[in-house]
Design a binder for this molecule. Structure first.
Ligand SMILES: C[S@@+](CC[C@H](N)C(=O)[O-])C[C@H]1O[C@@H](n2cnc3c(N)ncnc32)[C@H](O)[C@@H]1O
Length: 192
């Protein structure tokens, strides 16, 4: 006979298994798995963007919310995280709460492609090159003039960066973007 303790154990095991599956499967299924940024890279990217107190920072694919906490706590920004994985959303939400930053941080649990981001002053995106190409028309459509975009690891094809940090592999752009590439950025620097 199964007693109540065994039933509870089975229920707990099913919950843990479901959370683990969601944790790995949802980000993997998007083609953009969860790979957290190192804090040093996050600070470098936000410094390059010149993020100011009171500005709005959007993290496209917020993962566990670490970018949001640094943006809110160290830069005084209002940080919005958009994340497709419900488990990561929950963790990001708890992280903001435990850091006492929940008034400055909000989490939207959805795909960033179906989210409005016109209010963004700075957009942070740690994405693959494939995702960076898909982001380009989305950003061009939505962002206001003067907004800054920082990408980690992947450049946005067709846009000339304003700045590159080659050791942390961070690319900075502004809206509207100058058409070009890393090559035009480097040649402009040489001419200067
Ligand atoms: C490389 S991680 C970056 C996490 C975080 N920004 C950081 O730098 O630590 C990418 C995140 O994007 C999420 N993601 C993938 N596709 C997405 C989409 N279409 N909309 C929202 N989030 C997405 C994944 O679940 C994953 O957590």
């Amino acid at each position: 006979m199964i007693d109540i303790a065994n039933i509870l154990l089975i229920v707990l095991a099913v919950i843990v298994l479901t959370v683990c599956v969601l944790w790995f499967v949802v980000p993997l299924a998007t083609g953009l798995p969860w790979v957290p940024s190192h804090e040093k890279r996050i600070r470098k990217a936000l410094q390059m963007a010149g993020l100011q107190p009171g500005e709005r920072l959007y993290d496209l694919g917020a993962g566990d919310g670490r970018v949001l906490v640094i943006a809110a706590r160290e830069f005084g920004a209002f940080a919005v995280g958009i994340e497709i994985s419900p488990v990561h959303c929950l963790i990001a939400w708890f992280r903001a709460l435990f850091c006492g930053m929940n008034r400055q941080i909000s989490i939207r649990c959805s795909s960033f492609f179906s989210t409005r981001i016109e209010e963004a002053d700075v957009v942070f995106a740690y994405v693959t090159p494939g995702y960076a190409s898909r982001l380009r028309p989305f950003l061009e459509r939505q962002l206001k003039n003067g907004a800054q975009v920082v990408t980690l690891s992947a450049e946005i094809e067709g846009w000339q960066p304003d700045d590159i940090d080659s050791s942390e592999l961070v690319f900075l752009y502004h809206m509207p973007p100058t058409s070009g590439s890393i090559a035009t950025y480097l040649s402009a620097k040489v001419i200067k």
